[in-house]
Design a protein around this ligand. Structure first.
Ligand SMILES: NC(=O)c1ccc[n+]([C@@H]2O[C@H](COP(=O)([O-])OP(=O)(O)OC[C@H]3O[C@@H](n4cnc5c(N)ncnc54)[C@H](O)[C@@H]3O)[C@@H](O)[C@H]2O)c1
Ligand SMILES: O=c1ccn([C@@H]2O[C@H](COP(=O)(O)OP(=O)(O)O[C@H]3O[C@H](CO)[C@@H](O)[C@H](O)[C@H]3O)[C@@H](O)[C@H]2O)c(=O)[nH]1
Length: 448
């Protein structure tokens, strides 16, 4: 069943969704208000780094199934379904800002075909928003047009977004009517991903609850890691032993310097607000957020403790800037907080990331020097901090730290190397929730 679909917003979610929907055979019009993005896309250039995405853009543009435009009339004309995939950023109080969604609702009212359409919300929105969207559209309509709304939250991860779209664990469809749910289920059928149908409010909540639960798993393991560090236990083994219990599961138990990105930080805060709106204090989630904030301080504390004479005037190499590997996304990356704190302490930062440097330049202190490669970042450094676990760093022979640095002191915020390997190298190595390995003694020391 081939349909005409408009996807509004060509960011990480909208672009991947639009491209994938065209790839399974639909006629897709991706619309964005940013003409630069649309220009690039029309030249076959992806404005974001996402493995596999650009090839799919070329393939489906060539097959004449995938189109990019800033013209609402073109995107909305005869569309069976209109996907909303615009941002829902954080307001100052932590709640979700729905201004972009509301603007799209107005644009739909002004441009939707007379035969109507199903409006599908992919953006992460608070419970009740889809009904508001329907209200916004019908209020602004000057004609009698049939509009249905469907909540279809997105669960893709950046860095593996294309893969996730084809291999997701579930597609959640929250709809008011069977007919609207049937249409969205049929559109997605070629993906072969299991579908879970529910009411709109539950679908909206599934998205926030899922992200909050995953964030809680990370903060939990990070707290256990801190205790392990003080007691000489190894968080990696602890997580492995816990994860073998199928009820716990072995995913999302990697201790590190905390979660970042465009979703977990904002969605956890938004859920605290959503709960607050119905007079519930979400104590557990507030702790999850507090633990995450503390986690980003750990490499700074270690650096202050292990670099003789403090960090003022010292060269700190930061390896990795993106909030996770395989993305150029810098939103809420731990590197931002770290760079600020290190700069305040007078350190000279030399940073390297395989992909995210251009985006980093807009967010990190101006004094940060950007190196062309790992070796340059490490050259004569007094301490190195691994922020993002890119394969490039995980595959690095540890002798590079020995050779390049003034003092081979490595603070690994992502536990990239097995301790057995570190013990063969001539470096001081501190990681998260694992014993430190110190050059002179080469004996295990509990991390502070
Ligand atoms: N990034 C992710 O991994 C991810 C995963 C699941 C869900 N989400 C959710 O999906 C939504 C989008 O996230 P994103 O990361 O793709 O955002 P993004 O910032 O990368 O992209 C949003 C796009 O929408 C465009 N836009 C804004 N207003 C518009 C309008 N009125 N009309 C047309 N285009 C408009 C912007 O120019 C931008 O290109 C958010 O609600 C987010 O929480 C994101
Ligand atoms: O064991 C782990 C797993 C992840 N992280 C960190 O958590 C953050 C988020 O990672 P990940 O979930 O892989 O990336 P996102 O692209 O932010 O994806 C999350 O957020 C999206 C937006 O809502 C959802 O769609 C996805 O399902 C959800 O995984 C990153 O900073 C990771 O470094 C850890 O610290 N430890």
């Amino acid at each position: 069943m081939k349909k005409k679909i408009a996807v509004i917003g060509t960011g990480y979610v909208g672009l991947v969704t639009g491209v994938a929907l065209s790839d399974i055979g639909h006629q897709v019009y991706c619309l964005d208000v940013d003409p630069n993005k649309i220009d690039k896309l029309n030249q076959g250039i992806s404005p974001i780094y996402e493995p596999g995405l650009e090839d799919l853009i070329h393939k489906n543009m060539y097959a004449d199934r995938l189109h990019f435009t800033t013209e609402h009339s073109m995107a909305f004309k005869d569309a069976d379904a209109i996907y909303i995939a615009v941002g829902t950023p954080e307001r100052a109080d932590g709640s979700a800002n729905l201004d972009f969604v509301q603007q799209v609702a107005k644009d739909i009212a002004a441009n939707v075909s007379d035969r109507g359409a199903v409006v599908v919300t992919k953006s992460t929105v608070p419970v009740g928003t889809n009904k508001l969207v329907k209200h916004w559209i019908t209020d602004a309509l000057d004609r009698d047009v049939q509009i249905e709304v469907v909540s279809n939250p997105e669960f893709l991860r950046e860095g593996s977004a294309v893969y996730d779209t084809y291999h997701g664990d579930r597609i959640v469809i929250g709809a008011e009517t069977e007919a609207a749910a049937d249409l969205i289920e049929a559109i997605n059928k070629p993906f072969g991903v299991p579908v879970f149908r529910t009411d709109i409010e539950s679908a909206e909540m599934i998205k926030y609850a899922s992200n909050a639960f995953l964030a809680a798993k990370i903060s939990f393991i990070n707290e256990i890691g801190t205790i392990c560090g003080k007691l000489g236990a190894n968080i990696e083994d602890v997580a492995k032993g816990m994860g073998m219990d199928k009820r716990i599961g072995d995913k999302f138990l990697n201790a590190g310097i905390g979660y970042g990105g465009s979703c977990f930080p904002k969605d956890t805060k938004a859920l605290v607000q959503i709960a607050g709106d119905v007079n519930h204090t979400f104590d557990l989630l507030e702790s999850v957020i507090n633990v995450n904030n503390k986690q980003q301080q750990i490499p700074v504390d270690i650096a202050q403790m292990v670099v003789r004479g403090g960090l003022a005037g010292k060269k700190v190499a930061m390896l990795g800037l993106a909030f996770k590997p395989n993305t150029d996304d810098m939103r809420e990356s731990a590197s931002i907080v770290l760079a600020q704190k290190l700069t305040e302490l007078g350190a000279n930062i030399s940073a390297y990331d395989p992909i995210a440097i251009e985006n980093a330049k807009r967010l990190l202190p101006e004094t940060v020097h950007y190196a062309a490669n790992t070796e340059e970042a490490l050259q004569d450094a007094d301490v190195a901090i691994i922020v993002t676990e890119w394969d490039e760093f995980k595959d690095l022979p540890l002798t590079v730290f020995e050779k390049q640095m003034k003092q081979p002191i490595v603070i690994d915020g992502r536990n990239c190397y097995p301790l057995s390997y570190v013990e063969t190298a001539n470096i001081d190595y501190h990681s998260i929730g694992r014993p430190s390995v110190i050059r002179a003694k080469k004996s295990n020391q509990p991390a502070k």
